[in-house]
Design a protein around this ligand. Structure first.
Ligand code: NAD
Length: 499
């Protein structure tokens, strides 16, 4: 066994790295359909020990009572170790999710370290603020402080495992919480390696725990009274179940759920850049929650947009994740491929037309779970394929009159509200319309976003935000402290850093 084969193989429970848990689970490489790793599969026993350790570590103050600077130092040490293991995390993302190499390293491994460092460094300035002194007499000082919730149960999906683990671990730990992290069984190695590196970085025992397991372990985390907050990323269906279950013990919830995001093109939109923006639906083989998969196009632009898309897709190479030429990898499993094909078939039966793709590509490794990128036209906004999240490489093109009011109505007429985009030559109009789209992020002719950009949804796309100031504060609750100022004490309330 090489060193690489021993990395990302251990659960972390109360500071101990554990391999012998009685069960194992096979991890399949979607590019080949072959088992690539057999990892310890935790269960309720490991979870119980992990929750006890997280509770103890929080209650004894070994972490929450450190200064932000002390916690940040440990987390920045962890960041250096994560950076040093970039190649290992990239390999796990490639082989367990099927994310192609040109996306896995830059977007799934290196980019989230920008978010991580932003979250850790901004904690210095966000966790307390002074209010004006009340003159009295007697004079009263007042401050608002942000404190950790306690024990966080973090549950993550398989599609962007490393990024989503980091989006939770950095803000939860820097604000003083302790955590039990459960990754999805399809792609657990990134979380396991993160736990191993946390030990090396000096994260105290119990502060971060990593357990594996499926829905049963997730359900037990949500129900457990030792947990104060649930940070969940996954499907809206599971998000709804979690909200119900967590209601019994009134836990604080952060829910990052599904999407069916609309790109609204106005009649003056630049077709070339619109096509380039739409083409991003092939990222992660369409398995990204925030991808723009519902394209609302005015009649006047419809044919040129569809022709542009079809021409561009001819150059999208579908293949195994580790091939540097691959632009789109496989989907996660045979079951996912079957489900996506069934949705496309039902759309065609309902009147949609396949303008590109719709089948399985040639020239890819046998056994892998490949699909062609697919463009559907003649789609009505009420059809299943326009309303439901497909989580596969399928984009729908929906015609409308070109009237911005109709476009906004169609964009909002959907159960989800994660991301939106407006393409127009009139930036002022685009910005005005952006305020009317019911989604957590809206882009006007733009695709980039900064490290501090909060991410999260309206409607069935979730509750709360990750990343940036808003993402940090989700992991804190608010305490107001007031005190009678002793006579002669002229210090400003801002100087009372002990509060
Ligand atoms: P999923 O909801 O099936 O599973 C997510 C996680 O929840 C896994 O770890 C799973 O084991 C666990 N789980 C399953 N049932 C549970 C239950 N009843 N109680 C507690 N935990 C349970 O999602 P998935 O298939 O892994 O991921 C795809 C979904 O994630 C898509 O809907 C996608 O849009 C969403 N997603 C959202 C975001 C976002 O930031 N909004 C980001 C990535 C993915």
């Amino acid at each position: 066994m090489t060193t690489l084969d021993t990395l990302g193989t251990k659960l972390l429970v109360g500071g101990e790295l554990v391999t012998d848990v009685g069960n194992t689970c096979d991890v399949v490489d979607p590019s080949t359909g072959q088992v690539v790793r057999s990892l310890p599969l935790g269960g309720l026993t490991q979870l119980d020990s992990a929750l006890a350790a997280a509770r103890r570590a929080f209650d004894d103050g070994c972490w929450s009572e450190l200064s932000v600077d002390q916690r940040a130092r440990v987390l920045l040490r962890l960041a250096e170790l994560i950076d040093a293991h970039s190649a290992d995390f990239t390999r796990f993302v490639e082989t367990e999710v099927g994310t192609c190499r040109r996306v896995a390293g830059p977007a799934q491994v290196r980019r989230p370290m920008g978010h991580y460092r932003d979250l850790v460094s901004r904690a210095h300035s966000e966790l307390g603020r002074s209010l004006p002194r009340l003159p009295g007499p007697p004079a009263t000082g007042q401050r608002v402080v942000r404190e950790p919730w306690g024990v966080v149960a973090a549950i993550t999906p398989w599609n962007a495992p490393h990024l989503l683990n980091l989006w939770k671990v950095a803000p939860a730990l820097v604000t003083g919480n302790t955590m039990v992290l459960k990754p999805a069984p399809e792609a657990p190695s990134c979380a396991l390696l993160l736990g191993e590196l946390a030990v090396e970085a000096g994260v105290p025992p119990g502060v971060l725990n990593v357990v594996t397991g499926g829905a049963d372990v997730g359900q037990a985390m949500v129900a457990d009274p030792r947990v104060d907050m649930v940070a969940f990323t996954g499907s809206s269906a599971v998000g709804r179940a979690i909200a119900q279950q967590a209601g019994a013990t009134l836990k604080h919830l952060l829910l990052e759920l599904g999407g069916k995001s609309a790109l609204l093109a106005l009649p003056d939109a630049d077709v070339a850049s619109l096509v380039a923006a739409t083409l991003r639906f092939v990222t992660l083989a369409g398995q990204g929650c925030g991808l723009l998969t519902r394209i609302l196009v005015p009649d006047t632009l419809h044919d040129s947009v569809v022709e542009g898309l079809v021409e561009a897709l001819r150059h999208v190479r579908v293949g195994p994740a580790d091939d540097p030429e691959t632009v789109m990898g496989p989907v996660i499993s045979a079951a996912a491929r079957d489900r996506i094909e069934a949705i496309v078939s039902r759309a065609v039966a309902a009147g949609a037309r396949i303008a590109y793709g719709g089948g399985r590509p040639d020239g890819v490794p046998a056994g892998g779970f490949y699909l062609e990128p697919t463009v559907l036209t003649e789609v009505d906004n009420d059809m299943e394929v326009a309303r439901e999240e497909i989580f596969g490489p399928v984009v729908v093109v929906i015609r409308y009159s070109g009237d911005p009011e109709e476009g906004i109505r169609l964009a909002n007429d959907n159960p989800y509200g994660l991301v939106g985009a407006i393409w127009t030559a009139d930036t002022d109009l685009g910005l005005r319309l952006a305020r009317r789209i019911r989604a957590g992020q809206v882009r006007v002719n733009a695709t980039a976003s900064g490290n501090e950009a909060p991410f999260g949804g309206y409607k069935q796309s979730g509750v709360g935000r990750e990343v940036g100031r808003e993402g940090l504060l989700e992991y804190t609750t608010v305490k107001y402290v007031a005190w009678q100022i002793p006579s002669g004490d002229e210090r400003s309330t801002a100087d009372r850093s002990e509060v």
